[in-house]
Design a protein around this ligand. Sequence first.
Ligand SMILES: [Zn+2]
Length: 306
Amino acid sequence: MFHVKQVTKMVEIIIHCPVCDGTVFSPLLKVKDYFLSQEEFSILSCGSCGFRFVNPRPDKSDIGRYYQSDDYISHDAGKKDFLSIIYKFARRISIRRKYGIVSRCSGGRKILDIGCGTAEFLAYCQKQGWDVTGIEPNEKARLFAQTRNLITTYEQLDALADLQGTFHCITMWHVLEHIHDLNGLIIRVRKLLAPAGMFIIAVPNCNSWDAQHYNQHWAAYDVPRHLYHFTKDTILKLATRSKMQVVKIYPQKLDAYYVSMLSEKYKSGKPHYFKSVVAGFWSNLQATRKETGHSSMIFILTLKNT
Ligand SMILES: [Zn+2]
């Protein structure tokens, strides 16, 4: 089924919800790309399943220009401003935690990280004796991964056609929300997974307290780079649709602080560190009291026929 309709060479419209194939959507929010273009995008909500997504959106040929910034620190190893330093500190803690989750969940030591960036996580896994492979479409990040971190990294999943059924673990750390062909990607992941393999995805949660508090200023909307905005409920539905099951969910508590800092900056034009720390703390506290969930969450999926 075609989920999108090409409107112009560079803009496409989602016509079938990627989670439930529904065709009735309601406008939810208008959100500005505070990070780069300052353009405004619409987030719609599916009338059947509640899944939220950017619609219309830049197509694959046009999205690249929304990533062209030196401030895109997911791909940048040299920045020294306060937020970047915080980000890198958090990343070091986060890599160890991710490794803890992966090593606990995975039945083997062959791992694929899709959207590996500069491959810091894979480099850590490799040091622990894992067989590691990365996918990274960004050329600058890919070259850094290969030359500095010595990680085998490919531009596209197609390069791994001969490795079907071999990966014990496939990870996507804050990457799934960037993928145009969401269901196509999951079909490929299913093929690459070993029979008892784990698919581990981390995504922002637009149902979290901080998402509701900051609303259109919530930094994890990050339009149009984040094409989709997940919740626990929509991930569970997507897993069912994909013949997979969610076997475990972990919170990413540090994300509440980082996202709140950026959101404060988007809301008022300057960072309010104290308010951000309070908001991050409060979001984590609310997540333990209510069903809304944390700012970002990690989902562990397995194939349903295993
Ligand atoms: Zn839907």
